[in-house]
Design a protein around this ligand. Structure first.
Ligand code: NDP
Ligand code: 8X3
Length: 251
């Protein structure tokens, strides 16, 4: 029987690359996000390669919608082997003392509470089956704050704490937990951070060759495909000319 991977935020960037990677490697894939058109487009593409794909459109901040989607899964899609908690992002880059309340709520509700909701809905089944893998997409931003990163960095520190906490809570089972911590990855991330300002977003990747979503999907798949007795707890993956969240060498 084919394994099942569920990827949140599969309509763009890292999540989309993860969905492709799992499909290429023989998984049936549940792809989620809010944008129905993007989900349908990816589903058609992946089905074209022979994968079975189930698109589910919901907002991870909406606990009831998330529960309805997961609790209503068709029988053949219920035994999820891999959960990739990827949906999220950064909104704003202002100093903490002038930050925008709505941006703070969006980051906390998506990056922390959305991840928790998906974990709460899916991990009980993994524990019952005594197998499964949760991959949380954290960030180098969770290791140390950088200028203007304040609340985003805090949410990614929370992803580290929640990954470590879950790993402790499932240590008596065969369930594994991995926190992947990317540095600069060129996706829609910076466009979202700068509220649609594409020129400013492009500046983030000027003078440095950034990572791609596919680079991160490789590391996600590496952790998931390790032998069952091997738990890759964390991976920090940076562009070659990035040394930390705030040290970036640009040509
Ligand atoms: P993108 O903006 O390209 O993708 C973000 C994805 O998250 C989209 O598929 C979006 O889907 C989904 N999403 C956002 N909000 C919600 C929501 N409320 N409910 C459901 N889905 C949502 O950015 P990335 O691929 O770069 O980001 C993916 C993850 O990687 C994020 O957690 C980010 O913090 C993390 N990360 C990114 C890095 C980078 O440099 N790019 C580095 C380190 C970590 P839709 O719009 O359809 O809802
Ligand atoms: C995304 C990477 O360094 O832009 O988490 O915050 S960074």
């Amino acid at each position: 029987m084919k394994k099942i991977a569920l990827v949140t935020g599969a309509t763009s960037g890292i999540g989309e690359a993860c969905a492709r990677k799992f499909a290429e490697n023989g998984y049936n894939v549940i792809i989620t996000g809010r944008r129905v058109d993007a989900l349908d487009q990816l589903a058609a593409e992946l089905r074209g390669t022979g994968a079975e794909v189930l698109p589910l459109a919901f907002d991870v901040r909406d606990r009831e919608a998330a529960a309805a989607a997961i609790n209503g899964l068709p029988a053949e899609w219920q035994e999820i082997d891999v959960l990739v908690n990827n949906a999220g992002g950064a909104w704003g880059l202002e100093p903490e003392y002038t930050g925008n309340y709505d941006d703070w709520d969006t980051m906390i509700d998506t990056n922390i509470k959305g991840l928790l909701t998906m974990t709460r809905l899916i991990v009980p089944g993994m524990v019952e089956r005594d197998r499964g893998h949760v991959v949380n997409i954290g960030s180098v931003a969770g290791d140390a704050a950088y200028a203007g990163g304040n609340v985003y960095c805090a949410t990614k520190s929370a992803v580290k704490a929640l990954s470590d906490g879950l790993r402790i809570d499932v240590a008596h089972t065969g369930v594994r937990v991995t926190n992947i911590k990317p540095g600069l990855v060129e996706t829609n991330f910076s466009v979202t951070r700068f509220h649609g300002d594409k020129e400013r977003a492009a500046g983030v990747y000027k003078g440095i060759k950034p990572l791609t979503g596919a680079d991160i999907a490789e590391s996600v798949y590496y952790a998931v495909s390790a032998p069952a007795h091997v738990q890759v707890a964390e991976i920090l993956i940076l562009a070659t000319h990035q040394a930390s969240g705030s040290v970036i060498h640009r040509e």
